[in-house]
Ligand binder design. Sequence first.
Ligand code: ZN
Ligand code: ZN
Length: 369
Amino acid sequence: MIPVPSPDRLERAQRAVAAAGWEALLLSAGTDLRYLTGYNAHPSERLTCLVVPAEGESLLIVPELEAPMVKAAGATIGLRAWAETEDPFALVAGHLRKVGPPGRVGIGNRMWAEHALQLGSATGSRAELAGPLMAQLRMRKDDAEAAALFEAGRAIDRVHARMAEWLRPRRTEREVGRDIAEAIVAEGHESAEFTIVGSGPNGASPHHLLSDRVIETGDLVVVDIGGVTEAGYFSDSTRTYVAGGRVAPEVIDLYGVLQAAQEAACRAVAPGVSAAAVDATARGIIEQAGYGANFIHRTGHGIGLDVHEDPYIVSGNDIPLEAGMAFSIEPGIYISGRYGARIEDIVICTADGVQRLNTGSRDLLTLGA
Ligand code: ZN
Ligand code: ZN
């Protein structure tokens, strides 16, 4: 069952729009719109636009042929369906002009450029990015969202727990990846969103997806997988496995450093601690062991209706963590041309510390021996 968001979310958005001095917030199809209304619009050339004015009624402007889907989603917002030959941009402008003369509007960061530019021409308003405002609204997960993230976490843990069914030497990354993607859906997601199986040298490429490389005995294999649940929330978890035989002692050492860094960064999470400090905790341990130059990405990213969202766990982000913030802790060490390793859990900052959403073993497990 997909929960319909409480009207409180739209009210909070409207207060934030007024505080920003904007005429309105304009959101097209995407997760910001879903967050505020519960409606998961399909992005296309036909404009869907939620208008949240600083005061007065919010209005969802949708293509007529998609209006039944808004009702089916249970969204309880004023609706204006536009017929195929109407100009939806003029409808947005008309709703804004009820409020006052053209001023500044906030537009969703991921609105298509063709929509943003046509809205600018039709309304005469000056557009600013609404990303920071939406991040403020979305960063602290409420209880229903936390529960949805827990459910996603348990589902992806069940997939990792079954990895021995698929991961073994002499299979290609693509064959293993196909089986994993099927299991992501079977274990409780609506869809598999990404499947990284980085074996041997491919493991040193953090965003490698799948290839036809045949997994060899003794390969380190980075498996970073996630899906989206019916409620719209993402899972994202990485474990590093050994395929078949043994690995060199230096690999065991490297993995020990990584595991210690990931553990320490998870334990460092608490309200009031900065995102940058959590990154520094993981990075410090990896640097001290001499692998600083091999940890080439931030420690983590927020997660929710998007797989990457605020807060980012990265040097320079001094935002203090607060209860309800959900994000990944995923340090990695990459030896170019040879192998890589990463461990990733999603965690939620709680009133007095942290709770992990992924709880499967983080040891270097050998599969398919
Ligand atoms: Zn991941
Ligand atoms: Zn991640």
